[in-house]
Design a protein. Sequence first.
Length: 335
Amino acid sequence: MATPVASEPASDNVTAFFYPWYGTPAQNGKWIHWNQLGHAPPQDIASSFYPARGPYSSRDPAVIAQQMQQLRQARVGVISVSWWGQGSIEDEILPTLFSFAAVAGIKIAFHMEPYQGQTAPSIVADIHYLLARYGSSPALYRVSMPTSGDASTAARPVFYLFGSSRLVPADLRTAISGLRGTPDDAIILVHSPKAISATRVGADGVYTYDAMASPDALAGLVGDCKTARLICSPSVAPGFDNREAVSTGIIVVDRQNGARYDSMWQAVLDAGAQWVSVTTFNEWHEGTQIEPGITYVSGSRTYEGYGGAYGTSGSSSADAYLDRTAYWVAKMESN
């Protein structure tokens, strides 16, 4: 495994949502995700942007090693790994991902996605499953932070629960309550722009994920969570563009050469947020990624790069959002 690049310390208070679901014929026997919506990789992919390394496999050791280095470059100390249930492709990659993360000094939390058949009890079963396998890993993200949902001062693993509003609140409260005081007690953050969403189910806090959120709305959420003694992880995103990945519900939020990302970071810092989540490291379908990207022309298609962001151009623009993230992490750590 590669040695991490030298950099300033990564922050455990900054988490990037991470997607380990990409596949190529060479590594996986077929294209996975890059061919969404009928696209034909490698020249034609389900994204308005093009990865600097080209469409890759998330199980390629060389790719994982480089991604860990890039996270360190961005000073992001934690990834919340998109996870779609036991036996999924995202589940199968975890042993390798934990191994590389441990070497790089990157911590791993879990982003519990709404797979088919998911229920409040199945979420608890999944937590038991994941902690039985990775609970002793040095790469597992644990933090000691008592909340109104759990007064425990023990270092607990962190689970982000996406789409929690689909579940019956009483069922989710019962499920979370059943974890309290057990060896698998965990910090549970629910996906919501309102603190009451966590209070209602006995969770430890909230995160927003939403790349379209108004920066002005984040300050109120952080304040409400502080009042309620909850963890708040407001999410910052450089933009949004799902035009090449969906046939309906198309939304575009322009990156404004980095101004959009800056406005969200400034808002969460002004609000005094203790945790920040980055939407995302590599969700290429929705154009929220900070992973290096390039301008790429293939036939009639021209993929957007990051040229112009923060005054960069040419090859230096590929890392524009990694480097800008490091800039904001430094400001956050100095507050």
